[in-house]
Design a protein around this ligand. Structure first.
Ligand SMILES: Cc1cc2nc3c(=O)[nH]c(=O)nc-3n(C[C@H](O)[C@H](O)[C@H](O)COP(=O)(O)OP(=O)(O)OC[C@H]3O[C@@H](n4cnc5c(N)ncnc54)[C@H](O)[C@@H]3O)c2cc1C
Length: 548
């Protein structure tokens, strides 16, 4: 292949898809390389059996843990990446997360930018991904320059009861920010039908604000954008000095036949583990430890949250359909009574018997279907997240067979236990003292906890010091002049809220920086309203924003 692109982007998920969307109006020639395909719309999208029991949308990769035991990671190789399956809970980090925070197991390091510097891109991300919510309701949140585009998703009666009970108990529940294409004021025009299958399922009606629907599909048909699917990037080639990427080597179809694509700028956004893998596999005489890895930081500091799914069983049935409308950050930080930060509590998608069986095969193996049905009917599902710390020995390396080896041990278990204690007190306040906690990582893991890689981050952190970071503040590799990383790899710390909005905001930020480097003015990046296409599979001509 001899054609030269202005920008080659590897991966079409939260990072890569959003970055392509940012740059596309500039007219620059963009090549998107995606190892997966479009996720097929089929009845199985919403069927918990295929989704949770059969793992239909989990890619058949083999990775190894630190002891060399193989496992199947919960990764999703599609246009849109992990966001095709995500729960679309789109939180900002707290301002303090951008600074240094002390934890039970060590220090969560500061970012090289402050929350206030990052804030404009959070706002852009919330408007692009059509987030529903209300700024000002969560006492721990930072300043915001613009309200969310859509009002919060309304609570169903059972969740409203819980919210009211929490307030009476002195807590500060707030509406969870959610990226769905829902218009509650005009249900007939709404793409989203407010079903129970958002979290962990692909959206059959394309009403979830994922990177495929929001960022990539609007680019199809643009003359300056090329998307190649089933195009797995295996390594990068450089000039002899290792300072410039000269070729992106792609395996199309897994038959070992390679093609090489050329671009002035190359952006890796293959997800935190796979981006590290590509860099490590790009070792050369000039970069013997892997590309951009003179600091030996590539692949290190892997984080994925210390999380727990907790299912509380009440006496009264829980008829809620769309459950992810409530969250609470009262325990996010240390205070006078609490020595350490504990984390965030939010709702999970409503469980059902089949999903419970799929996610917890050991626990539920002996339970007859009817009893699980009964359990699911009364279940209220919560998700508890404690920050995971970046540890140099929690890392991605590449095995001799070319697959990822993920060496990992938990951090902040005592904080996670503290959060669970607080959660139990909450249950007393809301009349749900009878409860049962399912295995850690309800939606993120299968049998092997380390397989729950949904919130993977940190393997190429950004910073000002080339000795301790892989990327500079613009997410350009310190050691390579035309190489950027724009997925969750760049996180120096992960906070205790879901990571996608931060990845999206950063991708817009990096995209704007690259545009500037290519001589594109900020105004040339604006999407004209008529350019903005309807989310595929819907009948609308635009994705309206309700607030101004
Ligand atoms: C079930 C589930 C629920 C989640 N829920 C939430 C949530 O509610 N809120 C939230 O904030 N986050 C959630 N997440 C996490 C969120 O989806 C990720 O943090 C986010 O998608 C990460 O963005 P990324 O760009 O780093 O990676 P991805 O979005 O995964 O994108 C990586 C892309 O690179 C492609 N790729 C990989 N290797 C190669 C290669 N070698 N060559 C070419 N292409 C390659 C992949 O196919 C993929 O398209 C969830 C994740 C899962 C799995």
């Amino acid at each position: 292949m001899t054609e030269n692109y202005d920008v080659i982007i590897v991966g079409t998920g939260a990072g890569g898809g959003t970055l392509a969307h940012t740059l596309a109006p500039s007219g620059k020639r963009i090549l998107l390389l995606e190892r997966g395909d479009f996720l097929t719309r089929e009845s199985e999208n919403w069927d918990p059996g295929p989704v949770f029991v059969d793992g239909r949308y989990i890619s058949p990769d083999t990775w190894y843990d630190g002891a060399g035991t193989p496992f199947q990671p919960q990764v999703h190789y599609f246009v849109g990446g992990a966001t095709k399956l995500y729960g679309a809970a789109l939180y900002r980090l707290r301002p303090q997360d951008f600074g240094e925070l002390r934890h039970a197991d060590g220090v969560s390091p500061a970012w090289p930018v402050s929350y206030d510097e990052f804030e404009p891109w959070y706002t852009k991300a919330e408007w692009l991904y059509q987030v529903h919510g209300v700024h000002g309701a969560d006492p721990t949140e930072g300043s915001w320059s613009r309200q969310y585009p859509w009002p919060p998703v309304s609570h169903e009666p059972r969740i409203q009861e819980i919210s009211d009970a929490l307030e009476r108990g002195g807590y500060h529940p707030f509406p969870a920010p959610c990226g769905i294409l829902l218009d509650e004021a005009d249900r007939a025009a709404s793409h989203c039908i407010r079903c129970a299958t958002c979290d962990g399922y692909p959206c059959l009606v394309h009403a979830k604000a994922d990177a495929d629907i929001i960022a990539v599909r609007p680019l199809l048909g643009m003359p300056n954008v090329t998307l190649l699917t089933r195009a797995e990037v295996v390594r990068l080639e450089t000039d002899p000095a290792g300072r410039t990427v000269t070729g992106v080597v792609v395996d199309r179809g897994g038959d070992g036949k390679e093609e090489v694509y050329r671009g002035d700028i190359v952006v890796l956004a293959a997800g935190a583990a796979n981006t590290a893998k590509i860099l490590l596999r790009s070792a050369s005489d000039a970069s013997p430890a892997g590309l951009a890895n003179g600091s030996d930081q590539v692949g290190r500091n892997y984080m994925y949250h210390n999380s727990k799914a907790a299912v509380a069983l009440g006496k009264e049935p829980n008829d809620t359909i769309f459950q992810k409308t409530l969250a609470i950050n009262d325990f996010y930080f240390a205070d006078g009574d609490r020595e350490w930060p504990l984390g965030n509590i939010q709702m999970l998608g409503k469980s059902n018997a089949m999903a419970m069986r799929g996610e917890e095969p050991h626990l539920t193996r002996l339970a007859p279907e009817w009893s699980l049905d009964e359990v699911a009917k009364h279940a209220v599902d919560f998700w508890l997240t404690t920050e995971d710390l970046p540890k140099p020995d929690n890392r991605v390396t590449v095995e001799r067979d070319g697959n990822v080896r993920l060496t990992y041990s938990d951090t902040n278990d005592s904080e996670a236990a503290g959060l669970y204690d607080e959660f139990r007190k909450i249950l007393n306040h809301i009349g749900m003292a009878r409860h049962h906690v399912l295995h850690k990582n309800f939606y993120m893991s299968m049998n092997v906890p380390i397989a729950g890689v949904a919130h993977q981050a940190g393997t190429c952190r950004f910073g000002t010091d080339p000795a301790t970071s892989v990327l500079d503040v613009d997410c350009k590799a310190h050691e390579v002049d035309n190489l950027y990383v724009a997925d969750t790899s760049f996180f120096p710390s992960i906070g205790a809220v879901n990571p996608a909005l931060t990845a999206i905001a950063n991708a817009i930020r990096v995209g704007e920086h690259i545009a500037g480097r290519l001589g594109v003015s900020a105004s040339a990046l604006a999407w004209a309203p008529e350019q903005r296409r309807a989310p595929a599979g819907t009948t609308e001509t635009s994705t309206p924003a309700k607030r101004s």
